[in-house]
Write a protein that binds this ligand. Sequence first.
Ligand code: GLU
Length: 475
Amino acid sequence: MTVKTRFAPSPTGYLHVGGARTALYSWLYAKNQGGEFVLRIEDTDLERNSQQAVDAILEGMQWMGLEWDEGPYFQSKRFDRYNEVVDQLLAEDKAYKCYASKELLEEIRAEQEANKEIPRYDANHPKIVAANAAAKDGDPCVIRFRNPKEGSVVFDDQIRGRIEISNSQMDDLIIRRTDGAPTYNFVVVVDDWDMGITHVVRGEDHINNTPRQINIYEALGAPVPTFAHCAMILGDDGAKLSKRHGAVSVMQYRDEGYLPNALNNYLVRLGWSHGDQEIFSQEEMINFFSLNAISKSASAFNTDKLNWLNNHYIKTSEPEYVAKHLQWHLDEQELNTENGPAITDVIKLVGERCNTLVELAQQIRYFYEDFSEFEAGAAKKHLRGVAKEPLEAALAKVEALEEWTTDNIKDQVITAVCDELEIGMGKIGMPLRVAVTGGGQSPSVDAVMELVGKERVIARIKMALAFIAEREANA
Ligand code: GLU
C-alpha cells in the first residue's frame, strides 16, 4: 500500500502556523513512507472563501517548501461527484430526504430542552414523521445520512490512542443542505476515498467529526484511513495562539525575517521529538519522523527559541540559500547590492550576528551605500582629537597597501599603526570601525574593510578626519 496523506485547508484566511505545522507533519509522514502528499482546497463554503485566501495558502506552502505531489484539488469543482454519491446512498437507503422545516426542528428542540432531554435530531419523532409523510416531491428538503443506531465506533488515533464513541451519541448527519450544498463531513469522506488517502493528519478540532466520518466510509464500503489528530499550538502565555501573540500567518514569519528551514525546524519540534535532538536537516526530519512520536498535549509557541534556531540557520546554511531569502528583505528595504561585495561574502561575515534577515539587511547597508553622517553616539565617543593621529597613520598605510586582504589589513595597517604609535588596539580599532561602517558595531574591522573595499575605506577615513577637524574647530 502506498501511503498517501493530504492537507485540506479551508480558504478562509492566511496559512496559520497551526495549519502549517499540520501540513508539515502530513508532508513529512508521506516522505518518510516514500508516499505521496495531496493538497486539497476545501472551498465549499462559498461565502467565507476567497481567491485571495487560496493564493495566500499556496504561497505559504511554497515558501515552506511543502511541495504537493497531487492537486491542488478544489472541492467546489467536485459537486457532481458529491451528488452522485448522495444519489447512491439514497438508492441504497443509507441516506434519506428530510422535509422537516427549520421552524419545526427548533420547536422540537425547545420541547426537548423543556423536558430536560439532550436536544437532538430524532427521525422517529412523531412531528418529523408527520412532516415527511405530508411532503410532496420537490418540496425543499435536506439529505441526512442514516447513522447506525447500535454499537459504537472505535478507532486507533496515531497520536491520541484508542477512541470509542457510541452511535447513540450521534444523530443523522445532514450531508446535503436544502440549497443543494454538500456538507463538510460528507465531502471530506468522498474526497479522501476518491483520492486514495491512507492517513489523515489534521487538527484536534476535527476529532469529534471522525466517528461520523468513519460511519460514512463504512456505508460506502470505502477503506477507513488511519487518523492522527494534532494538538493545538498555544501562545507563550498558554492561551490559544492568536494575532495578539504576534505573527500567526506563515508569510508574516517571512516578513519578519525567518528562514523557511528555521521555521520548519521550529515547527517540527513544536509537538514532535526525536530524543533530545533540536536541529534537524530536512533529510533527518524525513528519516526520523513518525506519527506516534507527536505529542498529545498542546505546545506553547516560543519566539526566543525560534530566534535561536533562525540564527543557527543563518549562520550555518549555505550562504546562497540565505542570500535567496535575504533578497526579499533587501528589496523591501530598498538596498541595491550591485555596487559592492558579493552578498554571500557579506552573509558569511555578518550573518552570525543576526537573529533575523530583517536585522541582517539592516546591518549591511554600509557595504553597499556611502553615508553622509556617522552615528551620533559612536562618533561622539570615538571620533575625537585623540583618534586623529592613528587614523592619519592608518590612512597612509591603507593607501600604500597593495594586496587588499583581511590578513594584510590586520598586519600592515592595524598592527602596524599600533606598533608605530605605541598604542593599544582599541585606540585605532574603534575609530576605524566608526569611520568605515558609520557606527560602533560590526564584525572584525579588518574583515569588514576588506569587503568594503580600498577606495571606499580611503574616502571614509578622510571623512572621519574631516569630522574630527570640524569638531576641533568648533570646540
Ligand atoms: N478543511 C478543514 C479545515 O481547514 C480540514 C479538514 C480535514 O483535514 O479533514 O479545518
